[in-house]
Write a protein that binds this ligand. Structure first.
Ligand SMILES: CC(C)(COP(=O)(O)OP(=O)(O)OC[C@H]1O[C@@H](n2cnc3c(N)ncnc32)[C@H](O)[C@@H]1OP(=O)(O)O)[C@@H](O)C(=O)NCCC(=O)NCCS
Length: 257
């Protein structure tokens, strides 16, 4: 499990390096995106320190994110060292805010049938505006962040290992997802369906396409990350994804003035 976790975290590092700012401080990786104040884009992860160094790392990371005006957040996974690191975070005033499952898909894209009324296309730069708008609707992202998201997705699609998909329901843009591959590891990101098109099989069709393409590309591992116990997790399970491990987000609880 730890090995799988390291491969996935390595993939996340490659992905973040593509679209966000990444600072590798040797014993942790600090990812940030000042324009997108969401924890998934502003997190410290791949922590590997001794117990005696943990406190200094936490202090340094708090300083780093606070200097950017961002609330510090750590991701603790089965590969995090020391294994007691979560306790150090709690002692330092952090709180567990989210549990996420890394899910992997192994084997064939079996029994996949077309979904009625849904058509999936591989989108390119010419569809980036539509793709971004559907993504933002799917995730309920405020319009004020549109330019920042557009820039980020533009960087992602310039990489040759990226495939982005746009799903149409009865001819209308309805859902999106992306597949990004590095070193034979594929990661599925940004699975989102606009609220008015949900429960019609749009995400199912998008994921079927991404799974099939990942196999065709020769990826030996395909994963995605989702909120533990979410509706999305149920959908991914029905498509053959299985939970590999859980990681936890800890965020500093800022003192009220
Ligand atoms: C999670 C999400 C992407 C699912 O998108 P969706 O297009 O509604 O997904 P689908 O329609 O393919 O599947 C949803 C459910 O509808 C069912 N369904 C599929 N086709 C259907 C059809 N034609 N008629 C009725 N139900 C159908 C699926 O079996 C699935 O059932 P389940 O919830 O019991 O597993 C969507 O809810 C969303 O965008 N959520 C917000 C963003 C988010 O959380 N994304 C996931 C990030 S990891």
């Amino acid at each position: 499990m730890e090995n799988m976790c390291r491969r996935i975290e390595e993939h996340l590092l490659s992905l973040h390096s593509l679209v966000n700012n990444v600072k590798d401080i040797g014993y942790a990786t600090l990812c940030s995106n000042r324009r997108i104040p969401i924890t998934a884009y502003n997190q410290a992860y791949r922590v590997n320190v001794t117990e005696s160094e943990a406190q200094k790392l936490i202090t340094d990371v708090i300083g780093y994110y606070k200097s950017m005006g961002v609330n510090p957040c750590f991701v603790v996974s089965p590969a995090t060292r020391p294994s007691t690191f979560a306790n150090s975070l709690l002692d330092a005033g952090f709180k567990l805010v989210l549990e996420e499952d890394a899910m992997v898909h192994e084997g064939e894209s079996k029994n996949f049938r077309g979904v009625p009324d849904v058509n999936v296309v591989s989108s390119d730069g010419s569809l980036l505006d539509v793709w971004t708008d559907v993504n933002m609707k799917g995730f309920g992202i405020p319009v004020v962040l549109r330019d920042a998201f557009l820039d980020m997705f533009e960087k992602a699609i310039q990489y040759k290992g990226t495939k982005s998909y746009l799903g149409y329901f009865q001819g209308k843009p309805a859902g999106v997802c992306g597949l990004v591959s590095f070193n034979n590891v594929g990661g599925i990101f940004s699975v989102g369906t606009a609220p008015e098109y949900r429960n019609k099989g749009v995400a199912t069709a998008l994921l079927q396409k991404a799974i099939a393409d990942s196999l065709t590309m020769g990826n030996s591992l395909l994963y995605l990350i989702t909120t533990k116990g979410s509706d999305a997790e149920r959908l991914y399970t029905s498509l053959g994804f299985q939970v590999a491990y859980t990681h936890r987000r800890y965020q500093l609880q800022l003192q009220k003035q």
